[in-house]
Design a binder for this molecule. Structure first.
Ligand code: PLP
Length: 397
């Protein structure tokens, strides 16, 4: 039996791409983990989640364990709508869909809007899991570079004008992480956000705004593109992974009701009702603003330690963007292949992510690496960058 023959053409093509999670490095257990985009362990509310589960089952007995039993599932949606409204993105009930994290939201959007001939535009570099998702649906992915001020919208405009002139297919959507970007840590200026919307209107495409880090500013959080959108062109994706706990898999899409209906069609009842009800219970008992303030203060402190350590241990040989929030510092080390560097670094007891995984054309990323300051303690961050400095200096000699 030829097992391959059971796959349709589009799936066979997708299976030629790199496997999911190919980028996850194997790291010794005692290494300092500067590769993972995990929240700080002390800021994951494990005790509160345990209490929320107990409260939920005490109050609702078996209800939350059925398909859609718990009334708290609606409460979670109300909570999301309340947060969206606070952030100048009011919605009605038909405009929000709760998903299993931002990733399911991105996958559903790709499923609805992309077929194998569709064109999608992404930032370069971009979040590698989103790249993996889009590559499952289309091989027409166009990249537009990023600088310290986020997506270079002038280059986006040039590309769009060029394609139009040549009569090429217009993009279905632009995928952007405008705020505290993964992997670069950069934030798009308001002027560029408005430019994105103008271009979306002029060239008639949608904007998929991934706001996974949007409430993690050290000083403040910029206006979302969605909040500036008067045309309903933005499909906004939010997540509680980076501000509560990724394992709960709670994300959402906020978009016009027609789009939400279509996403709902394909999501069907692939629900995770127990996690949703537990999250709703946790949020009932959480001072969320206080939580955000604590996160922001902690991550700002860790980021400062990392930046100071980079100044101390990697001056002259490396350069980096200074983030104003989020989890990451994006570092360039000219002349160094960061994939090779990783092997030496893990031997020394420190990890990072090689930059190549964040690029469609991986050869563009060989001199870059992504450091996360979210997970490790300040003390370990300092030690980790010192180790990295030693490895880099010995590689350059
Ligand atoms: C830009 C971006 N979007 C989405 C996600 C994943 O979000 P979720 O855990 O809600 O699927 C991440 C996690 O690393 C991310 O960096």
């Amino acid at each position: 039996m030829n097992k391959e023959s059971f796959f349709p053409k589009s799936i066979k093509a997708a299976l030629q791409n790199n496997p999911p999670g190919e980028w996850i490095p194997s790291v010794p257990a005692n290494a300092i983990r500067l590769h993972s985009g995990y929240p700080a362990p002390l800021l994951v509310p494990s005790k509160e989640l345990k209490e929320a589960v107990a409260q939920l089952l005490d109050e609702e007995s078996d209800l939350p364990l059925h398909y859609i039993g718990s009334p708290r599932i609606d409460k979670l949606k109300e909570w999301v709508r309340m947060r969206q409204e606070v952030r100048a993105m009011p919605s009605n009930d038909e405009e929000i869909l709760i998903t299993a994290g931002a990733c399911q939201a991105i996958d559903l959007i790709a499923r609805i809007f992309l077929d194998k001939d569709a064109v999608v535009v992404v930032e370069s570099p971009t979040y590698m899991e989103a790249l993996e998702i889009f590559q499952n649906y289309t091989d027409q992915i166009i990249t537009v570079p990023i600088d310290q001020d986020g997506l270079q919208t002038e280059k986006l405009a040039e590309m769009l004008a060029n394609r139009k002139e040549k009569g090429l297919t217009k993009p279905s959507f632009l995928y952007t992480i405008p705020t505290f970007h993964n992997p670069t840590g950069t934030t798009m200026t308001e002027e560029r956000r408005r430019h994105v919307l103008e271009l979306a209107e002029e060239y008639d495409f949608l904007v998929l705004e991934d706001d996974a880090y949007g409430e993690l500013g050290f000083i403040n959080n910029p206006k979302t593109i969605k909040s500036l959108d008067t045309e309903d062109r933005v499909l906004y994706v939010g997540s509680l992974s980076k501000v509560v706990a990724p394992g709960m898999r709670i994300g959402w899409v906020h978009a016009t009701d027609k789009f939400i209906q279509a996403l709902f069609w394909f999501k069907k009842d692939l629900e995770h009702p127990f996690a949703q009800a537990t999250m709703a219970t946790l949020l009932e008992n959480t001072d969320f603003i206080g939580r955000l303030e604590a996160l922001s203060k902690t991550y700002q402190g860790k980021c400062q330690v990392m930046l100071a350590a980079l100044e101390k241990y990697l001056p002259e040989v490396a350069s980096w963007f200074v983030p104003e929030g989020g989890y990451f510092v994006w570092v360039k080390i000219p002349g160094v292949d960061t994939e090779e560097l990783l092997a030496k670094a893990t031997e020394e007891g420190v990890s990072f992510l090689p930059g190549k995984y964040f690029f469609l054309d991986q050869t563009e990323g060989t001199e870059y690496l992504r450091l996360s300051f979210s997970y490790e303690s300040e003390e370990n961050i300092l030690k980790g960058i010192q180790k990295l400095g030693n490895v880099v200096h010995s590689s350059i000699k």
